[in-house]
Write a protein that binds this ligand. Structure first.
Ligand code: OGA
Ligand code: NI
Length: 360
């Protein structure tokens, strides 16, 4: 199974549409009423996702245990949390933001040299999914593979423009991979597993990582569309660097959507489908979406830490018990990610379908 070589329709850059100054968005971006941003926001949701002080992991035993417990509780109750005191330098974070803001502000002809296709998704893109006639999201992105080393730059685009220092991106990737390694240990312990067990199930040192830089241009009718439709992340862990000024990320909480208020300097962490599967649904990969606005553009960097792509991912045997039978059948991440690559963001339908064809 593979994804097709080309897109089903001519690619339109949302940034170009936005810059054209149109007052009415094309029908192609108008979501059905039930998916529009106002729906599900009727309740007075005042809570926000948990905030965890990661410095606690390096403190004494009691502090460390409490931090690990807080991580575990956040993964089972929300599937999302913010981390502060995470050890990644604020200077590096500022530089990597600047690198990508500069990319999206390059002239369109220069960006087009990086146009992506659905075979690898690497490069400059404006849609996920290859279904003809699909309603699209109000956002452009740049996607690249960072780990394992062997697949980096597999489709060999021109070198990134000089404003986009590859070294800065690499330094950022190394730091985030390290942070994910730490979080994987905390998750493993909080699930009652050996400290390295989750990482081993991910394929040890041969894990994968990709970066999706999201650029959401200003939108004249934000109430009709979404920057990114509701989805759960297919991979393992996601570390999101949200925009430092503009909100937009919303997390599913029952029938409501909670707008995340990012803390300055924090990262937003969420559990992806692969951890939901490995943990036999003790930890939850929760749906989220992005709303856009008329006044300001928004930039976010999503770092995805994924299992090695060619090994089968299934619930860890210790988490399968008579009371909690195995919920998911095994699948490699290579096979798993094809679903979103073909169909685009579709809520939690994929992980649910693994269940429907469950082992029992
Ligand atoms: C993603 C994502 C959220 C955001 O890229 O998968 O959920 O705030 N991004 O851009
Ligand atoms: Ni996501």
């Amino acid at each position: 199974m593979d994804c097709p070589q080309g897109w089903p329709e001519q690619v339109v850059r949302v940034q170009a549409l936005s810059d054209s100054g149109l007052m009415t968005i094309p029908d192609l971006y108008v979501k059905p009423p039930a998916e529009r941003p106002s729906v599900g926001n009727g309740g007075d949701v005042t809570s926000d996702i948990p905030v965890i002080e990661l410095g606690g992991l390096a403190e004494g035993a009691a502090e460390c245990r409490a931090t690990i417990r807080a991580v575990g509780d956040a993964c089972s109750e929300w599937g999302f949390f913010q981390v502060v005191n995470h050890g990644v330098s604020p200077d590096l974070v500022a530089r990597v933001r600047e690198v990508w803001r500069a990319f999206f502000h390059l002239p369109m002809e220069e960006k087009q040299a990086y146009a992506n296709d659905p075979k690898t998704y690497e490069g400059y893109g404006s849609r996920v999914g290859v279904e003809k006639g699909a309603i699209l999201d109000w956002g452009d992105y740049f996607f690249l593979h960072l780990l394992p080393e062997s697949i980096k730059n597999q489709n060999k685009w021109p070198a990134l423009p000089s404003s986009c220092s590859r070294e800065t991106v690499q330094e950022y990737a190394d730091e985030l991979a390290k942070l994910c390694g730490t979080l994987m240990k905390a998750l493993s312990i909080s699930l009652g597993l050996d400290v390295e067990q989750l990482q081993t199930a991910f394929g040890g040192d041969a894990v994968g990582a990709c970066l999706r830089v999201n650029y959401y241009p200003r939108c004249p009718q934000p109430e009709l569309t979404l920057g990114l439709s509701a989805h759960s992340d297919p991979g393992g862990l996601t570390i999101l660097l949200a925009d430092d000024c503009v909100n937009g990320l919303q997390v599913r909480r029952g029938d409501d959507w909670v707008t995340v208020q990012p803390i300055p300097g924090a990262f937003i962490v969420n559990v992806g489908d692969q951890i939901q599967v490995l943990s036999n649904a003790v930890y939850r990969s929760v749906e989220h979406r992005v709303v856009v606005n008329a006044a300001q553009e928004r930039l976010s960097l999503a770092f995805f830490y994924n299992p090695r792509s060619d090994i089968a991912i299934a619930p860890v045997s210790k988490l399968v018990t008579p009371e909690r039978p195995q919920l998911y059948r095994p699948m490699t991440f290579d096979e798993y990610r094809l679903y979103i690559r073909k169909k685009g963001p579709k809520g939690k339908s994929q992980v649910e379908s693994l269940k429907a064809q469950s082992v029992n």
